[in-house]
Design a protein around this ligand. Structure first.
Ligand SMILES: [Zn+2]
Length: 491
């Protein structure tokens, strides 16, 4: 039988919008001549301005899992009021080959006209995305080129001054900026720069803050060398170099833009580049140390304190040791009882043998079944019971209202209203729980993916690859060096 999903939404703000039940009935009537299995997805009191709605999310998940053949709703704007959201949703429907019908808008993607509409919607959405991005970028560029500060607190060493309705940066602490850059070259450690800055200025907090400060093009006098460095490192650079500093955008979203601005910059290109070089060196060596040999780091866990193992180097050997045993700064100031330092070669070969034993598919299936916790007590049944009970009470109260005087009825109506509200909340809870259950269900599809990774693991000698495969197999591996025990948990 055809599985038809009915989506209905009513928002709080629009008083005259058509009721959820009417929407559902109109959808059901559309299929009056066909025998279908209906499932209703109802968002009562949710705005169409975003897709953060429990029933909609549940519907989305069910579509992803191919649990629906056809989707129907009363009007297109019930799905979303944003063209962008609708287009994304259409993409999904298209990919999953799901027919979509809109009762009021006479819209049916099983017809050519409906498909054309679908296409136009996605074209317009793309256009909207691009023009918004362009508009934002253009106005930002114009402001930045004029030297205007477009938001946020003043960067260290500067203050904000207002002039003609616009905000500009004014240099107030040349010494602080110069010191931090020079100290880093002198000390070669972000940690020590941070300590010294704390002592002298009582301001910067943490190595990351110091790093961001040293990395920022805001402090360097713009030049063609700096432009080159920035572009090589993925920045988009705008404006003609003039010796003033750059304003930056989009650093946090990894689409960094630097615009030559008009504020006075302290650091010469030579000094700034030297500092970048040093920072790059450190980054590279950390990267090498982390990823080169130790394919178990990040997955191997101490069974006593559940903290990961870390690599400890001695002159000749490398060891895995419990982090809360080794770490000087760990949380509770209590050392883990796991005091073993396990030779990295030994433990890696032990775990490797362990993983290779899963190559036998029957063995794997067996251990996977006993290992993954699919038992999820959702409590949906209890929630549904409560909803039913409330509905009964509402019905009872409604039948009594007619028999009462005005003042008596008012009390009952209030009670009815409360119960209805509670039921609405409970229904939302049920949707969320259903979503959780589906989330867990969909994880089961990963079994073959895990097995595939086990096979791939057995075929490679490259530690880098091994590490990636292991990450696709296990959530963690608990290794107890005291009792020589391994317990693993699949993803
Ligand atoms: Zn431990």
């Amino acid at each position: 039988m055809k599985k038809v999903a009915i989506y209905a939404r009513k928002s709080v703000e629009v008083k005259d919008s058509i009721s959820i039940e009417t929407q559902v009935n109109m959808c059901r009537n559309y299929f009056a001549d066909e025998e279908c299995e209906f499932e209703e997805f109802k968002d009562d009191g949710y705005s169409g301005g975003n897709t953060n709605r429990p029933a909609f999310k549940l519907l989305h998940k069910k579509i992803e899992l191919n649990m629906i053949d056809t989707l129907i709703c009363y009007k297109l704007d019930r799905l979303s009021r944003r063209v962008v959201d609708i287009a994304d949703f259409f993409d999904l429907l298209d990919k999953k080959d799901i027919a979509f019908i809109c009762v009021k808008d006479k819209y049916d993607t099983s017809t050519p006209m409906g498909r054309a509409m679908m296409y136009f919607a996605s074209v317009f959405a793309q256009l909207e995305r691009e023009t918004i991005a362009e508009r934002v970028r253009d106005s930002m560029l114009q402001l930045a080129k004029k030297g205007c500060w477009t938001g946020g607190p003043a960067p260290r060493g500067y203050e904000l001054v207002k002039h003609g309705g616009k905000t500009y940066l004014k240099l107030i602490d040349r010494e602080l900026i110069l010191n931090l850059y020079n100290w880093y070259l002198e000390l070669g450690s972000l940690y020590q720069v941070d300590m010294r800055a704390k002592g002298k200025y009582n301001m910067l907090k943490g190595r990351d803050t110091v790093r961001r400060f040293l990395r920022s093009p805001l402090y360097v006098q713009s030049s063609s060398e700096i432009n080159d460095y920035l572009m090589k490192n993925g920045w988009k650079v705008f404006g003609n170099t003039n010796g003033c500093g750059y304003l930056t955008y989009g650093v946090s979203v990894k689409e960094p833009i630097a615009i030559v601005s008009k504020h006075e910059a302290v650091i010469t290109p030579l000094l700034w580049l030297k500092v970048q070089e040093k920072l790059d060196e450190v980054r590279e060596s950390i990267f090498k140390r982390k990823s080169k040999v130790y394919w178990l780091s990040g997955v191997l866990r101490c069974p006593y304190c559940k903290k990961p193992y870390v690599i400890v180097n001695s002159a000749r050997n490398h060891y895995y040791a419990c982090r809360s045993r080794v770490n000087r700064f760990h949380e509770h100031n209590k050392k883990c009882k796991n005091n073993k330092y396990v030779n990295s070669i030994k433990i890696e070969s032990v775990i490797e043998k362990y993983i290779l034993s899963f190559r036998d598919k029957v063995d794997f299936e067996h251990i996977y079944k006993s290992n993954s916790d699919n038992i999820y007590n959702s409590g949906i049944e209890a929630l549904n019971k409560k909803i039913k009970k409330n509905s009964k009470m509402i019905d009872n109260l409604v039948s009594k209202v007619a028999l009462l005087s005005n003042s008596g009825a008012e009390i009952l109506l209030k009670k009815i209203d409360e119960l209805s509200k509670e039921n609405k909340q409970l229904e939302d809870k049920v949707r969320n729980e259903q979503l959780n259950v589906l989330e867990i269900e969909s994880k089961k599809f990963d079994k073959s993916f895990i097995y595939e990774n086990i096979l791939n693991f057995s075929k490679t000698d490259n530690p880098e690859d091994k590490r990636n495969y292991v990450k696709n197999i296990f959530k963690y591996i608990d290794y107890d060096p005291i009792n020589e025990k391994i317990v693993c948990k699949f993803l």
